[in-house]
Design a protein around this ligand. Structure first.
Ligand SMILES: [Zn+2]
Length: 132
């Protein structure tokens, strides 16, 4: 191997190392972005707003009932005669930035009706929302 060829080989090796480092940095960025934009905080176990992994779970979210008594915040109250509610809310909260993700873990008894409608892709066509 000539000294010129050896010099070119060393240069290519240096370039290869630089490219490997860039690929590693890009891989880390992609993994971080996937964690941030995962479909839920529960799946990602990190906050989509700040990336923190310190997530708190509130299994019930309190609302105020009659005479200011605490009751679970829920989607529906099946009967005006009973105090029971269905579709109680739970929340995941980022301890570092306060980002909140709501969920309804138990949907048994939650039904379509006057206050709840089923959506599909055509339901949103042309519907004005602040997100369009
Ligand atoms: Zn956060």
């Amino acid at each position: 191997m000539t000294p010129a060829n050896r010099q070119r080989l060393v240069q290519r090796f240096v370039e290869l190392r630089a490219l490997e480092n860039e690929i590693g940095a890009l891989r880390d960025m992609i993994l971080a972005a996937r964690r941030r934009f995962a479909s839920s905080m529960r799946k990602a176990m990190s906050c989509p707003a700040c990336g923190s992994a310190t997530i708190l779970e509130a299994q019930f979210v309190l609302d105020r009932g009659d005479a200011d008594s605490p009751k679970p915040l829920a989607l529906q109250k099946p009967s005006v005669w009973r105090q029971a509610t269905v579709g109680n809310f739970a929340a995941l909260v980022c301890q570092d930035c306060g980002f909140v993700e709501w969920s309804v873990p138990d949907r048994e008894g939650v039904t379509e009706g006057a206050d709840i409608r089923r959506l599909d892709a055509s339901s949103l066509d042309g519907a004005p929302t602040p997100y369009r």
